[in-house]
Design a protein around this ligand. Sequence first.
Ligand code: WTA
Length: 635
Amino acid sequence: MSNYHIKHLEEYFQVYRRSVRNPENFWEEIAEEHFLWRKKWNKVLEWDFTKPEVKWFSGAQLNITENCIDRHLHVRGDKTAILFEPNNPDEPAEHISYLELHKRVSKFANVLKDKGIKKGDRVVIYLPMIPELAVSVLACARIGAIHSVVFAGFSASALATRINDCEAKMVITSDGSYRGAKTIDLKGIVDEALESCATVDKVLVAKRINSDIQLKENRDEWLQPLLDEAYGDCVPEIMDAEDPLFILYTSGSTGKPKGMMHTTGGYMVYAAYSFKNVFQYREEDVYWCTADIGWITGHSYIVYGPLANGATTVMFEGVPSYPDYGRFWEIVQKHKVTQFYTAPTAIRALAKENLDFVTKYDLSSLKVLGTVGEPINEEAWHWYNDHVGEKKCPIVDTWWQTETGGIMISPIPFSTPTKPTYATLPLPGIQPALMDENGKEIKGNQVDGRLCIKYPWPSMARTIWGNHQRYKDTYFSAFENMYFTGDGALRDEVGYYRITGRVDDVIIVSGHNLGTAPIEDAINEHPAVAESAIVGFPHDIKGNALYGFVILKETGESRDRNNLRNEINQQISDKIGPIAKLNKIQFVPGLPKTRSGKIMRRILRKIASNDLSNLGDTSTLLNPEVVDQIIKEAL
Ligand code: WTA
């Protein structure tokens, strides 16, 4: 029996039991047998959730890129590591072998060094889904620089906040990006952001759309000529297992995004282990995750997890609707994709279109389907199962978070029987608990509560960059000696988990985490706005959409409401990005508040989803009369 690769249900249960009985032994064996270390650890795990402090494999030394690239060169040097599929279907796909990847990462790493980037420096990467994105991430890891990828759909202001928070020295971007039929001026967004960032002294610009952009003297340089000149080999920086690998920002319930910091050794072990088991990857497979590398899913399951297993990983630049709604399936057929991993929001959008877009392609190469990012509803699950998997492919509904670094609860295909809308069982090493409101663990089955994790796992984030107190307050203070996920979950009669959604002020729209606070801050900056509250309401495709309740200042009362709505959305788009725009904006005379001044979002959520059956007791409100008025004018 192998701990590393689980092949049937009984084996899963055996491995799981062992992983809980003796976690340190379990992870030690996996780390030892399947990875390349320059020096072994002194201790597998040290932890204290009250501080909180967690260290895995301390004393060990490694470089993650040696694990993801170098060690494959003799066995599969000519195998495709990254298969790049461009936005435009007429542009040929690019097959980047492990040998070629080694050369490209080495050259890029040498360019970074040449520009003064050293171990521990932060580099912000703001690129579209082109090979340079994966290569720059790996190049940072090669020299021990800490990468922070910012999704290239974020606005200049959101980009600047992240650059300033981690005090990045360099930004890597491109002259623009393709998105379906549109192009986006990424360099213009970077220029605007950098007006308020003092720490950045270099910008490297990849050429993608051949647009006519300005390079700022002494700051900006085209990337390609530097790469052409660079030496094609770069000795990897030797890193401690607990040295930071990357920072990735995620939304919280207060205004500022949280820079989740992940370290090297444990992250590598868990990303690789979970990839192997959840996707049952085999040597000849072609694996495709449609996420953007700007999100954690792309970090762990486009770049690090697949490459550590010597996989072929597809990188797709475009969108599912361009040139038509068959694009995903055309790519599956073209590259004979075996594992396909996407978000429920994409499935719902595609399920709305004519079935011909799916049926005209040969999808017989597919073996495993996956979803991530939000709960998948039953209808979408069945559509995916019937029409994409043709009832032959297990669907892995994978629950995890930016903070967890890797998949935590998921079926293991061909082992765990799936159940629509259930993420099913924890992976080995993961010890979930459901907690009640009084902080007591709820044991047994057919129960629901707040989802916590009782014991450390190797890929958990170690801190919030620059704010350890916030890390403690957010994740380790709600329940004693537990990591609190912020999600609610239920456990069914056989012990399967179903994630029921966030229990805090984070709303998931199209699979993207959005905090209510930063959006409200953006709205409130509009000169005509006095106060606002946003809530999520169910939406066919996005899962949730945003509903804003806005109180106007007197000066705003006389203004045209539709113009105001457009301006408010523009404001949100500028401050955060188009993903955070509101679907509905209702102007209200007041907001329902408790006597201590807290907005009662529960009531607003009910109004937004047009569910007025059980508003609960409103008599304790400071201003109960406002509720009737809001209901009367609801959109
Ligand atoms: C939600 C994405 C239900 C959840 C990897 C979590 C899910 C948040 C699932 C993290 C799933 C993720 N079923 N809900 N399979 N996967 N979520 O940080 O609320 O972008 O806390 O990480 O997405 O989102 P994040």
